[in-house]
Write a protein that binds this ligand. Structure first.
Ligand code: NAD
Length: 248
């Protein structure tokens, strides 16, 4: 499996009969669009690790530094386009009776690719909210909210709870899926990392798409090694209702 093409026959058999599909994506799905992942060579910004900046404590200690990092990350997103992986997942809405796309990404690229219902577990970097009253920041507002709080990026930081609606939809989808995909995630940030395990325990056929092995790999029913922009079309296109197009 490490070398050469994996055998997709069992996957295709299960996938053709699957009514409920759930997909969990991580930073890797956006890597081919040019968005750096956290874990990997591009993982450091200046001398800081994301775990030192993406926390409420870091923001309280030094909001300017945390904002500088988020402005840098927003700058990276300017002009960035979704890739074949995002586009394939947008089209996958047409394949299954029930399809749930769950993402840990905060970049909004699934929506840019046309996905209409994305469960955002970790928020969205393009929005801001007040750290005290939760109000969204309007166009003309500065860094301070009228309530006296500070605006911050509307993302979930280390040590914070995930949005309850998003996590409950994600858990439900994982536990009721016939087919589950874990794509471009290192499967180490919890509770999102729990989802492929839950799906597997509940009886789903679980596919992992990642150029590198992860802690979940030994449990995957199918593990394909390589970029999601290459693998997702190969896995999903054969399932499309009318597959008139090639995969390239
Ligand atoms: P991660 O950085 O921990 O891991 C990325 C994974 O993607 C790795 O396992 C890597 O092998 C794999 N990968 C690299 N290139 C790939 C490709 N072309 N195709 C498929 N897989 C590829 O990312 P994570 O697991 O999502 O971790 C968590 C945290 O990072 C999340 O909280 C998320 O909010 C945040 N994050 C988001 C973004 C984004 O929104 N694009 C970017 C960086 C980090």
């Amino acid at each position: 499996m490490e070398n050469g093409e994996p055998d997709l026959s069992r996957y295709l058999e299960v996938a053709h009969g699957a009514g409920r599909c759930a997909v969990l994506t991580g930073a890797g799905v956006s890597a081919e669009s040019g968005v750096p992942t956290f874990r990997g060579e591009q993982g450091l910004w200046k001398e800081y690790r994301p775990e030192e900046l993406a926390t409420p404590e870091a923001f309280m200690r030094n909001p300017e530094l945390v904002w500088e990092w988020y402005e840098y990350r927003r700058g990276i997103l300017e002009g960035i386009e979704p890739n074949e992986g995002h586009r394939t997942l947008a089209s996958a809405e047409k394949i299954f009776e029930e399809f749930t796309l769950i993402t840990q990404n905060v970049d909004g690229l699934h929506q840019s690719a046309g996905s209409t219902d994305v469960v955002e577990l970790h928020g969205n970097i393009r929005r801001d909210r007040c750290n005290s009253c939760d109000a969204r920041r309007g166009e003309e507002q500065g860094r301070e909210c009228a309530c006296g709080g500070l605006f911050r990026p509307d993302v979930v930081w280390f040590g914070e709870s995930l949005p309850p609606d998003a996590i409950s939809r994600a858990f439900h989808a994982a536990q009721s899926a016939d087919l589950f995909f874990s794509v471009g995630t290192s499967t180490v940030v919890y509770p999102a990392a729990q989802l492929p395990y839950l799906a597997k325990e509940a009886g789903a056929f679980v596919v992992e798409v990642n150029p590198e092995p992860t802690p979940f790999t030994p449990l995957a029913d199918l593990s394909v090694r390589g970029p999601s922009g290459y693998w997702l079309p190969r896995l999903m296109d054969p399932l499309m209702p009318r597959n008139g197009q090639g995969v390239d």
